[in-house]
Design a protein around this ligand. Sequence first.
Ligand SMILES: Nc1nc2c(ncn2[C@@H]2O[C@H](COP(=O)(O)OP(=O)(O)OP(=O)(O)O)[C@@H](O)[C@H]2O)c(=O)[nH]1
Length: 607
Amino acid sequence: MNLEEMQARQKHIRNFSIVAHIDHGKSTISDRILQATHTVSDREMKNQLLDTMDLERERGITIKMNAVEVHYLADDGETYIFHLVDTPGHVDFSYEVSRSLAAADGAILVVDAAQGVEAQTLANVYLALDNDLEIIPLINKIDLPAAEPEKVRQEIEDVIGLDASDAVLASAKEGIGIDDLLKQIVDKIPAPTGDLTAPLQALIFDSAYDSYKGVIVTIRVREGVVKPGDKIKFMNSGAEYEVTEVGVNSPHPIKREQLMAGDIGYLAASIKNIRDARPGDTITHVNQPAAEPLPGYQPMTPMVYSGLYPTDNAKYNDLRDALEKLQLNDASLEFEPETSQALGFGFRTGFLGLLHMDVIQERLEREFDLDLITTAPSVTYHAFVENDRMIEVSNPSEMPDAGEIKWIEEPYVAAQIMVPNDYVGPVMELAQRKRGIFDTMEYLDEQRVNVKYEMPLSEIIFDFFDKLKSSTRGYASLDYELAGYRKSDLVKIDILLNGERVDALSFIVHREFAQERGRDITTKLKEIIPRRNFEIPIQAAIGSKIIARSTIKAYRKDVTSRIHTGDPDRRAKLLEKQKRGKKRMKSVGTVDVPQAAFMAVLNTDEE
Ligand SMILES: Nc1nc2c(ncn2[C@@H]2O[C@H](COP(=O)(O)OP(=O)(O)OP(=O)(O)O)[C@@H](O)[C@H]2O)c(=O)[nH]1
């Protein structure tokens, strides 16, 4: 392609992202765009086509962003090249959203016609505005009987401050409004402007590991052109490679002769070392390098940490390899080695929230065939000791002894909760019970308010969202961001099994809840830990003071002997089941501790 052809092509490119509150219909809109542009045949089409991970399809959520190229034949007879980046909606994955927005020139803001503007609608719009993106509002699900598109249009104008007079009215389900959307993308989203003859500058915004091709990076080319055979350099890591392949996903990978300024596509270069090609790095040419790298990404601060341990100690190195590979695909994952007396060698791992933690654990087990024990998640506390020295504690068992601590601070978040008027009472009651500090309350319209609280992050993470949903019949939406540290009266509770302290079961709570939590957990562990042929005392202690206890009675007989029938099948099945159960179990001294025991602290019901 000569320069003129490339310039003409560049004018026909539109790069955009779709953002929304969870479940407002982003993935379904992407599906309709793929269909309307004949990117996939009707035969190939299935719902949420871009959610390629099994886990995403099973749970019906988007976890990873995806970038695809589609071609749209407009009424003017010209064919436009769209690069569409689908993004997740859950607050745990907002890091993915911000990365994909940095690669786009515009965003489609999807708002559910029955639900209106919700907490993450706002959060995502702000991210898009931070990136200077042109925003096209789209009101989806107008087919629903409860749809109120005009009211939602007004809300977009009043609450967000966007002009919504031309908002696309759509039903992704019934395929309504998709033509209007495609036209608006061409008209409103600006074509990319990068200089085609300048030295190469390409931003890596995602990467994945392929066992044949090595690390494959997804890039947005800002300036210049890149082709197979080019010698490239990663400007931050300093690594140099020769490009083996470039292409786009449409949605299946298609090789291309080159990627040029304005393109979003993939690049492979037999990159074996995953540290060489991190998201946020800039690719340039070895011979004619760009003067400076592009601004990368802010490193993400994990919200919670938990210990990950292989049930089989011999799998420690496998777990490290797996974490490194996943980290490449998920830049918000953080880990470092730690040891536990009870669990052996493992990793303290940082996550953006509990859903993120759950997803990582499940991906490690499925994609890397590992059996893991995960310890209860903890936020990072600041313990102040002598000379006002501050110690960061993200593993409760490492909290200094009470005698050494002068005071402890814990992270707080600024939370906003959008909820119909009728439920303000229960929301405030819940927030107070979770140690929230009231900030403000604003009316969104006659029927809905935005209530703002400062809350301890630990309370938000554990069960606040579930409780919020159940006390508002699902009508409340929540968004939060870290707001700093505050002093709190916190204590560490240790758990002793058979008289031995199990470090991996320690946790930190507000002193007010200590007694109650101690009682709850000893009762729960009694149900979870399997019986042995001796009595096992379970104790909860603050320092050397026991605050609660329970006892697991000794069992008398082999469980299988109770199955009187001579049915060998049933007996074999039971033994098999026990064996499988064993896999996610750790022997601590003389006691077998199953995975559920480590999470028991999470589900304590304080009602
Ligand atoms: N009635 C109706 N339902 C819709 C429409 N669009 C999407 N849905 C449904 O709404 C639900 C959520 O749609 P998704 O496309 O998965 O939403 P999402 O925003 O991508 O969700 P996440 O990926 O989890 O953030 C699904 O059950 C869809 O079938 C629509 O226009 N009308």
